[in-house]
Design a protein around this ligand. Structure first.
Ligand SMILES: Cc1ncc(COP(=O)(O)O)c(C=O)c1O
Length: 397
């Protein structure tokens, strides 16, 4: 939607729309109790009890004030330890900044790095917050394709082709939203070489790191030789611990960037929410079996959704390697995926997100979240199939 106001900056007036919210807004006009929501980008589980209890304790003991702006030291130490032990990332505690969700991280990092006219290599499809924030800095995303035949990985050869003398950074989101792709170690190594060769900074968004399937392994590009000093690792508690509403995440940054990153973070939020920091500390230091249980449940749903989508004629779907989204291709039915998503809401009462809202290569696709119960998934997919059958009967003969 183009808003014309003489007060808005040119960049703000033209900021690309957030596809996920656009479709949620459209769906809100319809009766909620009828609707099956497969558009939601957050775990449908409650935050585990041991985390909530620690937060309550923090409130009761008066830990409700501003904290150090980069976060309480216990949490920063726990994050640095986790990164070292699990991700082989040796950031110093001083280079950890606790932020109000990874989304704040994206804003702070793009502010810290980008000049007008800089180019940022980003996948297509992409997580829309990146394009919005790159746009708001007057910089430009340069897209490289994620294709189903490569497991929706960002391929190093495409990255190399996208580099120009204006390139400042490469954004890697693995596991990926919206495609579910996971970068292999081989591709990460090849991209790391490109980053080093052209002196680029890498922003590695690892927020779905624990949610991988079929024995896949998540790798952190910052752990590769020569990469820690040029990698910003972004992570958060939202997806792994079902903590979306607590608004808590973290950045780990190369030493030369940390002071200004922390300055911008302070200017933006002063400090992350105090109670959420104690909850995050409990999450990261407590028992991890609730994470495993969630991932097991996502895994069962993933199996179901892929099998069920493959039963629908002319729908092509690659099994996601990570995260909790399937990204099926409906282009044999229509390329107007936005109309399809809206019609599914209006006529079939099932909410998905149009693929083109995540970039041009998403056209013809829908993002279907399986952060919904198996029974909801079953109902939603039955409705999608019925809608297709009614409108394209010839595809079902
Ligand atoms: C790839 C990616 N990065 C960042 C975020 C933002 O997460 P947070 O809740 O930590 O702000 C999301 C949320 O959907 C995401 O999918």
């Amino acid at each position: 939607m183009l808003i014309m106001s003489r007060w808005l900056s040119e960049l703000a007036a033209n900021v690309p729309e957030y596809s996920i919210m656009e479709i949620a807004k459209y769906a809100s006009a319809y009766r909620a109790e009828d609707m099956v929501y497969l558009n939601i980008g957050e775990p449908d589980f409650d935050t585990p009890g041991y985390i909530r209890e620690k937060a309550i304790e923090a409130i009761q003991s008066g830990k409700t004030h501003y904290t150090p702006d980069s976060g309480i030291v216990e949490l920063r130490e726990a994050i640095a330890k986790k990164l070292r032990l699990e991700n082989n990332l040796n950031y110093s505690v001083d280079d950890i900044t606790v932020v109000s969700g990874s989304q704040e991280g994206i804003s702070v990092v793009t502010q810290a790095l980008l000049n007008h006219g800089d180019e940022v290599i980003l996948s297509d499809p992409y997580y829309p917050s990146y394009t919005q924030n790159i746009w708001l800095r007057g910089a430009k995303p340069v897209f490289v394709p994620l294709r189903a035949e490569n497991g929706f990985q960002m391929m190093a050869e495409d990255v190399e082709k996208a580099v120009t003398d204006k390139t400042k950074a490469i954004v890697i989101v693995s596991p990926n939203n919206p495609t579910g792709g996971v970068q292999s170690l081989e591709q990460l190594k090849a991209i790391a070489e490109i980053a080093i060769k052209h002196d680029l900074v890498v922003i590695s968004d690892e927020i779905y790191e624990y949610i991988v399937y079929d024995g896949q392994t998540h790798h952190s590009i910052g752990s590769l030789p020569g990469m820690l000093e040029r990698t910003i690792t972004q992570n958060g508690f939202s997806k792994s611990y079902a903590m979306t509403g607590w608004r808590i995440g973290y950045l780990a940054t190369p030493r030369e960037l940390t002071p200004k990153i922390q300055e911008i973070h302070r200017a933006t939020v002063i400090c992350p929410p105090s109670v959420s920091q104690y909850a995050a500390l409990a999450a990261i230091t407590g028992p991890q079996d609730s994470v495993r249980r969630m991932v097991d449940e996502f895994s069962r749903r993933r199996e179901f959704i892929v099998k069920r989508l493959r039963e629908i004629p002319h729908v092509n779907v690659a099994a996601p390697s990570g995260a909790f989204y399937a990204f099926p291709d409906f282009s044999d039915y229509t390329n107007d995926d936005k109309a399809l998503a809206k019609n599914l809401i209006k006529h079939a009462h099932v909410v998905t997100v149009h693929g083109s809202g995540f970039g041009e290569l998403g056209r013809g696709h829908l993002r279907i979240s399986f952060a919904a119960s198996l029974s909801k998934l079953e109902e939603g997919l039955n409705r999608i199939e019925d809608y297709l059958r009614k409108n394209w009967p010839e595809k079902f003969t």
